[in-house]
Design a binder for this molecule. Sequence first.
Ligand code: ZN
Length: 142
Amino acid sequence: MISLANMKNLKPGDFPPEIKGLRMTRQRREVLAVILRDRDHPTANDVFLRAQKRMPTISLATIYNCLEALVTHNIVRQVNLERESSRYCPNLSDHCHFQDEKSGKIHDVVFKKGVKLEDILELPKGTEVSHLEISLKGIFGK
Ligand SMILES: [Zn+2]
């Protein structure tokens, strides 16, 4: 299994022919490469504009199809922040999103080491969390 977490500056040709059971077509490779390149949580439209640079004939509909396939196969994560277009994140480990109100940038924020959700939230016994989506807004420090 390849780890996408450590991959940066990937070119579409660097991907294996299949990831998590999803056949990596040329378009899917390009879309995934775009998401891994800047790791800035692009929207579908951002991905479209960046992918077009290398693949001028790619359509927005194809971008949406690729994104859906990548999300369904757990290769990238779809992030929904309030009243905004969905964004896409290649970081699959548990993390929260912090939107900086000044720059508009979205930062990945992780839990402190050893802290689990059960430590900070009142969850009934036997609860199993299958999906984590926590978003914060404010001024991001340095
Ligand atoms: Zn993220």
